[in-house]
Write a protein that binds this ligand. Structure first.
Ligand SMILES: Cc1ncc(C[n+]2csc(CCOP(=O)(O)OP(=O)(O)O)c2C)c(N)n1
Ligand SMILES: [Mg+2]
Length: 569
């Protein structure tokens, strides 16, 4: 068996169902093997960057390996941004790329990335953006390398790995001597019973002592499938749940113990619950910038922090944690709940107040669509089990605030690395992984323009994603930042084309709407049609997303900023 066909067979044996990538001479044997596979569906993208985003989307809610591939040199380099997303957002992704003939390294070959004689260094680049980068230079290594790479992708906190195959190994006379299926031996980290006991003790002391406890759930709780455990914990101990933007939906947002999103653009009810809490139990949450009001130093000053995280490096990363429990979210939380139940009796029902985002009426002040109304409508009409992805920009704040998710629905913003276009394309991978779910993207006009050509890929592969473009003809987020910090704005205006006409030219459905009523009709048609659809929604520029730099409220935050400026910071 040749090297690339052996890799494809290995991936088949691991249950990989889809692979995303671009083509090139250097990986011609890989793409041939993929085109012949009856188990793996190859999806050829227009740009390799989109392939790596799609691999992330594929892994987002499945816990399966996302696979992307690209030829040597520029094709491989195009994968890097998506791998950085997989790295920061913990998706198990395998990137397969070509590599030149090893005897030509540094001698002037086309696409040389050996790092020799002023060529770019692909090993350094992939080492910097993956958990581990491998180069197969001997056919005998093929099965061992594939097995090790895949195990590393899933080990501990999942992430991306890279495998390059030298061109000289793709010649017809090179064979893998002893093919064997790779064995995936790693399992998600399980909780240490002694650490569980410590956490349960601390929580029991707090609850039995009448101190206020909140559970702060992040994307790790969603990705780790801990939804049921979050609800069980909250209901058994009558503990309010606040979520990060990425943890949104881990518990139905209409649940009486759900107090909303804790972030600068989140809900004041969640801020209040957090500020009043004596103990914060952070589950599957890295306590990154958006979940901490810009890494505020005093955020936990008067609180006890307990962290449950899949990675030990996340525990106490910035905020000192009284206790840390390293575990996959579901078994970790289940163990804590069981241990705590033995220490805490029945608890009186807690009433949480002020779910301020629920069913809020948004006044229609200008002729154009209000982005909050758009987000609210997208959420209300979302079918059971549907997913809404936001891209990078102000639109994510509207969506994070106004979507109200039911059990089984999901929302994910652009993640911690946060590239524009990331989720515009990840949605196609998500749809390929979970075709039974409705997949909707709420993206800015800037994000869509950066990568909307992958609509052709969605049409060609019959992947009916719905893109709702929050079209304000500007980089709203950047404009707001410039105005807030420098009192002026510049280079933020765009002149978007008619995205609906473009969609129709690609063979998708396209609608251009400038009233919420027309949006409702177009969205209903898109949900019913099962066809890739772009809805180009003209939104007003005269709306500001909810924002506060302090969990004590926008006024408090503004006062703090003023004080800081007066002190000359
Ligand atoms: C690849 C990339 N380039 C630049 C940025 C910085 N950035 C973040 S949001 C944004 C503006 C996005 O504009 P648009 O998609 O129209 O969204 P809006 O803010 O208007 O809702 C920019 C330039 C980024 N995150 N990623
Ligand atoms: Mg915009």
């Amino acid at each position: 068996m040749h090297v690339y066909p052996a890799i494809v067979q290995g991936l088949e044996s691991l249950g990989v169902r889809t692979a995303f990538g671009g083509n090139g001479e250097n990986i011609a044997s890989l793409t041939l093997a993929l085109s012949r596979s009856d188990k793996i569906r190859p999806i050829l993208t227009r740009h390799e960057q989109a392939a790596s985003y799609m691999a992330c989307g594929y892994a987002m809610y499945t816990r399966e390996l996302g696979v992307c591939f690209a030829t040597v040199g520029p094709g491989a380099f195009n994968l890097v941004t998506g791998l950085a997303v997989a790295m920061s957002d913990s998706y198990p992704v395998l990137a397969l790329t070509g590599y030149i003939e090893t005897r030509w390294e540094g001698r002037g070959a086309v696409n040389d990335t050996s790092g020799l004689n002023r060529t770019p260094d692909s090993q350094a680049l992939f080492a910097a953006t993956t958990k581990r980068s491998f180069k197969i230079t001997d056919a005998e290594q093929t099965c061992d390398v594939l097995e090790e790479a895949v195990n590393i992708a899933f080990e501990g906190r999942p992430g991306p790995v890279h495998v390059a195959v030298a061109q000289n190994l793709t010649h017809r006379d090179v064979h893998v001597p002893d093919y064997r299926d790779p064995c995936l031996t790693v399992t998600p980290p399980q909780p240490d019973p002694a650490a569980v006991e410590e956490v349960a003790e601390e929580l029991a002391r707090a609850l039995n002592g009448g101190r206020k406890v909140v559970l702060l759930a992040g994307f790790g709780a969603v990705h780790g499938g801990a939804q049921h455990e979050v609800r069980r914990f909250a209901e058994r101990f009558q503990v309010p749940v606040v979520t990060t933007l990425d943890g949104k939906g881990v518990i139905a947002e209409s649940h009486p113990l759900c107090v909303g999103v804790f972030s600068e653009s989140g809900h004041s009810s969640a801020w209040k619950a957090f500020v009043e809490a004596d103990l914060v139990f952070a589950v599957g949450n890295s306590l990154n910038q958006h979940a901490t009001f810009g890494l505020r130093e005093d955020l936990f000053a008067d609180k006890t922090l307990i962290q449950l995280n899949i990675s030990s490096s996340e525990i106490g990363k910035f905020y000192p944690a009284r206790h840390g429990l390293v575990s996959d979210a579901r078994p970790g939380l289940a163990a804590v709940t069981d241990a705590l139940a033995a220490k805490v009796g029945e608890r009186p029902p807690v009433t949480v107040h002020g779910q301020d985002y629920m069913s809020r009426h948004i006044p229609h002040v200008t002729g154009d669509i209000h982005p909050g109304q758009l987000a609210q409508t997208m959420g209300r009409m979302l079918p059971p089990g549907g997913v809404i992805l936001a891209d990078a920009g102000a639109h994510l704040a509207w969506l994070g605030y106004y979507l109200e998710l039911a059990d089984g629905q999901n929302f994910r913003k652009c993640g911690t690395f946060g590239p524009m276009a990331g989720h515009t394309n990840a949605a196609i991978g998500l749809k390929a992984a979970q075709p039974h779910r409705t997949v909707v993207v709420g993206c800015g006009d800037g994000c869509y323009a950066m990568s909307g050509f992958e609509l052709m890929t969605a049409v060609e592969n019959d992947l009916p994603v719905i893109w709702v473009v929050f079209n304000d003809a500007e980089f709203k987020l950047v404009k707001l930042y410039q105005l807030a910090n420098y009192a002026h704005s510049g280079l933020v205006e765009l002149a978007p084309p008619d995205f609906a006409a473009y969609a129709r030219a690609c063979g998708a459905d396209g609608y251009r709407v400038d009233s919420i009523e027309d949006f409702r009709d177009a969205y209903a048609a898109a949900l019913a049609s099962n066809r890739p659809t772009v809805i180009d929604a003209t939104i007003t520029r005269w709306a500001l997303p909810h924002y506060s730099s302090s969990p004590k409220g926008a006024l408090h935050g503004a006062w703090e900023m003023l004080e800081e400026r007066l002190r000359g910071h």
